[in-house]
Design a protein. Structure first.
Length: 194
């Protein structure tokens, strides 16, 4: 089995990839991660989704391609230059709302939201503001993070932060975890009622 064959990416991905390369944006989500996100999104009809770290919108496009027409996606990015690519190609989709701001501040302000799936692909919601992000997850909701395997872009000392995050998630009694040494290293955690 070749997991990179027949991924059937969203048609808009080609244009987003082209503009990402032109911007020299190197933190885009992997195609396999995108395929998984699409599949997970499809399990939550009329779902509420949160993406922390829009970037140029690659993962956003995959999420939207798995969502039904009643679902809603909030996507947060603090870098206005990269989110403009996402807004250009995905901004007409009524299911998505983009916020250009620090995700940590957004998480602190919007405590009344509840999400079926949170994809944390930025520092906030992953290495900072984690408790806040997890408090927004519905019971049965999925918390998804990527880049848990060493990446060329990691700064010195980042491995220790990843190890600490994984250990902390493993100790939580309110989450069931699956760790996958696949793609860029993915964790899917499901919130359970205690």
């Amino acid at each position: 089995m070749d997991d990179r064959q027949n991924l059937n990416p969203p048609p808009v991905l080609t244009q987003i990839l082209r503009e990402s390369e032109a911007l020299n944006f190197r933190m885009a989500s992997d195609m396999l991660t995108g395929s998984l996100l699409r599949t997970l999104a499809a399990t939550k009809p009329a779902g509420n989704f949160l993406e922390i770290g829009t970037g140029t919108g690659l993962a956003t496009a995959w999420l939207l391609s798995g969502m039904d027409q009643e679902s809603q996606l909030i996507s947060i990015e603090q870098d206005a230059s990269v989110i403009e690519v996402a807004r250009k190609y995905l901004g007409d989709d009524r299911r998505v709302t983009f916020y250009i701001e620090d995700a940590g501040q957004w998480l602190e302000r919007f405590s009344d939201y509840q999400f079926d799936l949170i994809f944390a692909d930025a520092w906030p919601g992953k290495y900072s503001h984690l408790e806040k992000a997890l408090s927004l997850l519905k019971p049965g909701g999925m918390y998804v993070i990527d880049d848990m395997l060493p990446q060329p872009s990691w700064p010195e000392g980042h491995s220790a932060k990843v190890e600490a995050l994984i250990a902390m998630l493993e100790q939580r009694s309110d989450l069931l975890l699956t760790k996958m040494g696949w793609s860029t290293g993915i964790i899917v955690a499901v919130k359970v009622s205690l």
